[in-house]
Ligand binder design. Structure first.
Ligand code: DAH
Length: 433
């Protein structure tokens, strides 16, 4: 089972923190610019505010790049971006004001506007194709960190990735001298398939930098001041979104912050992780903005929060064009509870094979998604055994096919399953049983 990233969706997606832990334990795992294109189109520019009410700093034209297929699906042997992933680039669901992700983004903008009028510059159109250096090195993700694996991250070539988090823009925006900002965007991770995981989702990153005068006036040391400000700000944000809820701070690990925390709220009877955050590692600031400053940073997964706020049961729904979904939401309204318009039955198909050493579940899921697209609801390992004599290992996966919008026919599902079977036997070097 793939390890999960914390800030993505509703399920127990594990964060960089967890991924780090898993690496230490030697488990499979991972965290979470257009080399050519990003250098030009992806360079950080403030994006147009998708939202009505506020007057946050310098709103300018959206800078979303139009990337050609050849820029993203290169012939480089390292390239693992599939067509189905390429097609998501540029959709920018978070820019639609009455889409649940746009509503949530707007609510967060409103909060920062109310608390600190004119302070935060917002970016929501930065291209998702970024330099691997920006995604990893510039925010101090170690060279051997699992998140760098092509099993986890989409590479265009060895130096260029589809960003796996919005933290990828921290350094470049600091270099422009912007001291408080929010970056919203689509992020990409190879992952397993179920109701809360999708290879493209949306995050928002926040950063705020302080001067010595700020912490001196408060009579605190720099780190203590940034941490106090961080917690106050984010508790206020959680309250703005969820109302008067119980909250707790949980110690965490992220390569780019120290100390690091996750904020959890008690909502609908359970503890829910809302975001990851911390006091930014000093070298990131020193190198990109200049010495003597201190900052906090946070990152949150928009789908994860929207699913909880709006009662959206399946992450694929964010991508549907069905008006029965879209019509239920209204710009500026956080109170909608989604009502299922229909529930078509899932159809289950099993596939069993002898694995090879190179087999990974993410590679299997990539194939299922390429063949079945959003009709794939879940891919679950239901049997795993090693033959006592030959030592070979067999896996059996159960694939659930289901459409959000219509019934599927037997023929359609059988055709998909046949194609899944032949593609995995071709591409994964496994022996079907
Ligand atoms: N980039 C992290 C992730 O995707 C989330 C995150 C955690 C962002 C802590 C931050 C931060 O800016 O300070 O899992």
């Amino acid at each position: 089972m793939a390890a999960r990233l914390a800030l993505a969706a509703v399920g127990p997606r594990c964060s960089v923190a967890v991924r780090q832990l898993a690496t230490q334990r030697g488990l499979w795992l991972r965290l979470g610019q257009c080399a050519a294109a990003a250098a030009t189109a992806g360079a950080a520019r403030p994006a147009r505010r998708g939202f009505s009410s506020s007057t946050v700093a310098q709103a300018a034209a959206a800078a979303t790049a139009t990337l050609s297929r050849d820029e993203v699906i290169t012939s480089h042997p390292y390239n693992n971006v599939t067509d189905s992933i390429f097609q998501k680039i540029g959709t920018n669901l978070h820019q639609q004001p009455s889409h649940p992700l746009g509503i949530l983004k707007g609510a967060i903008y409103d909060y920062f506007d109310q608390q600190h009028p004119g302070t935060f510059t917002t970016f929501d159109g930065l291209a998702p194709v970024v330099a691997a250096k920006a995604n990893f090195d510039e925010i101090l993700i170690p060279a051997d960190h699992v998140s760098r694996s092509p099993n986890d991250t989409y590479y265009v070539d060895p130096d260029t990735v589809l960003r796996c988090h919005t933290s990828a823009h921290q350094a470049e925006i600091l270099r422009q001298g912007v001291r408080a900002f929010l970056v919203t965007g689509d992020v990409y991770r190879r992952d397993s398939i179920d109701a809360t995981h999708y290879p493209v989702f949306h995050q928002m990153e926040g950063v705020r930098v302080f001067n010595p005068a700020d912490w001196q006036a408060a009579g605190m040391d720099a780190t203590q001041f940034a941490e106090t400000e961080l917690k106050r700000t984010l508790e206020g944000l959680a309250q703005h979104l969820f109302g008067a809820v119980e909250m707790r701070w949980v110690d965490a690990y992220f390569p780019f912050t120290e100390p690091s925390y996750e904020l959890e709220i008690f909502f609908n009877g359970e503890w829910l992780e809302v975001l990851g955050c911390g006091v930014m590692q000093q070298p990131i600031l020193d190198k990109n903005l200049g010495p003597g400053q201190k900052a906090w940073a946070f990152g949150l997964g928009l789908e994860r929060l929207a699913m909880v706020l709006f009662d959206i049961p399946d992450i694929r729904l964010f991508w549907t064009a069905d008006q029965r979904f879209l019509k239920q939401f209204k710009a500026g309204d956080l109170t909608t509870k989604f009502k299922s318009y229909s529930k078509y039955p899932p159809c289950y198909k099993d596939v069993a094979f002898w694995i090879s050493d190179a087999f990974t579940e993410n590679n299997l899921c990539e194939i299922v998604r390429s063949v079945a697209g959003d009709l794939a609801e879940e891919v679950k390992l239901i049997d795993n055994f090693t033959h006592p004599k030959t030592g070979r290992t067999s896996h059996c996966y159960r694939i659930a096919y289901r459409s959000m919008d219509r019934s599927l026919t037997d023929e359609e599902i059988n055709a998909l399953q046949d194609e899944v079977r032949s593609t995995i036997s071709d591409k994964l070097k496994v022996e079907l049983r």
